[in-house]
Design a protein around this ligand. Structure first.
Ligand SMILES: NC(=O)c1ccc[n+]([C@@H]2O[C@H](COP(=O)([O-])OP(=O)(O)OC[C@H]3O[C@@H](n4cnc5c(N)ncnc54)[C@H](O)[C@@H]3O)[C@@H](O)[C@H]2O)c1
Length: 260
């Protein structure tokens, strides 16, 4: 996507202070958007804002826990005050660790917390962004799901269920919001390395074994930029005939047949 394709577009990215969200914030900024990063981690948010502004991107940081209704309402109020509309909502914030223990031991409070952030959060954000999205010329919502919506390792019940729910929410919102011309799509990432995209005190140098790389037909682990490139396309007018869909971006890992 060329610099300027998102000129003056208002793009809100939840969980945009670190990881894939920060990679997308940088890419949308580079394409000319005014990026609003909403994140529960204030320290990470401040660092992300510095990073984006030092790259000359137009960016703002608004602290928000997407699972808390009144915080999401306040977030959208701020976007309304500043911009009056929203062109793109990226529901990216999530508890990214998929392991919450086995079924015997898993605390239901932990299950509820994961569902609250990963599934209720996107519902709240879409609900309270609606009036702002209706003011945009070509509005779009993008949900960041996971290949774990379709396949599992053991003991990842809550995460997988939350992402499966988010996949279903994607097609349901696409149909429900069609009269408002709002397109709704999802990206389902596989393994994306975010070590270099964390806040300073949690940043680490990624180390991948040959096996890590070779289990991907693409021959490597993913990077936030891999997701960002597709996000730019799916949220643009070039994808105007695509809604209710998901794009799996996993270096081919989930189509690889395994015989042991
Ligand atoms: N990294 C991967 O391999 C991978 C694979 C598939 C899907 N995903 C999904 O991509 C998204 C981003 O993952 P990531 O790996 O970049 O994670 P990350 O932990 O690096 O970043 C997530 C960001 O979301 C924020 N956040 C967490 N809870 C929040 C809340 N309640 N309200 C607002 N912000 C909150 C965190 O502070 C953080 O800045 C998640 O939805 C995750 O499930 C990641």
């Amino acid at each position: 996507m060329a610099r300027g394709d998102y000129k003056d577009k208002i793009v809100l990215i939840t969980g945009g202070a670190q990881g894939i969200g920060l990679g997308m914030a940088q890419a949308f900024g580079q394409a000319g958007a005014q990026v609003v990063v909403a994140d529960a981690d204030k320290e990470a948010g401040r660092e992300a804002l510095q990073r984006l502004q030092s790259q000359q991107h137009k960016a703002a940081f608004i602290p928000c826990d997407v699972s808390v209704e009144h915080e999401v309402i306040a977030l959208m109020e701020k976007v309304k005050e500043e911009h009056g509309r929203l062109d793109v909502l990226v529901n990216n914030a999530g508890i990214a660790d998929p392991f919450a223990g086995n079924l015997d031991e898993m605390q239901m409070s932990e299950f509820d917390r994961i569902l609250a952030v990963n599934l209720r959060g996107p519902v709240l954000c879409a609900k309270y962004a609606l009036a702002l999205l209706r003011q945009a010329e070509h509005p779009a919502i993008l949900n960041i799901t996971s290949t774990r919506a379709f396949m599992s390792e053991p003991d990842t019940f809550a995460y997988s269920a939350s992402k499966g729910g988010l996949e279903a929410l994607t097609h349901s919102l696409a149909v429900s919001l069609a009269p408002d011309r709002i397109r709704v799509n999802a990206i389902a990432p596989g393994w994306v390395e975010t070590g270099a995209w964390q806040k300073e005190k949690e940043r680490y140098e990624p180390q991948h074994t040959r096996e890590d790389k070779e289990q991907h037909p693409a021959g490597r682990v993913g990077e936030p930029q891999d997701i960002a490139e597709a996000a730019l396309f799916l949220c643009s007018g070039r994808a105007g005939f695509i809604t209710g869909q998901h794009l799996v971006i996993d270096g081919g890992m989930t189509v690889k047949m395994i015989y042991t």
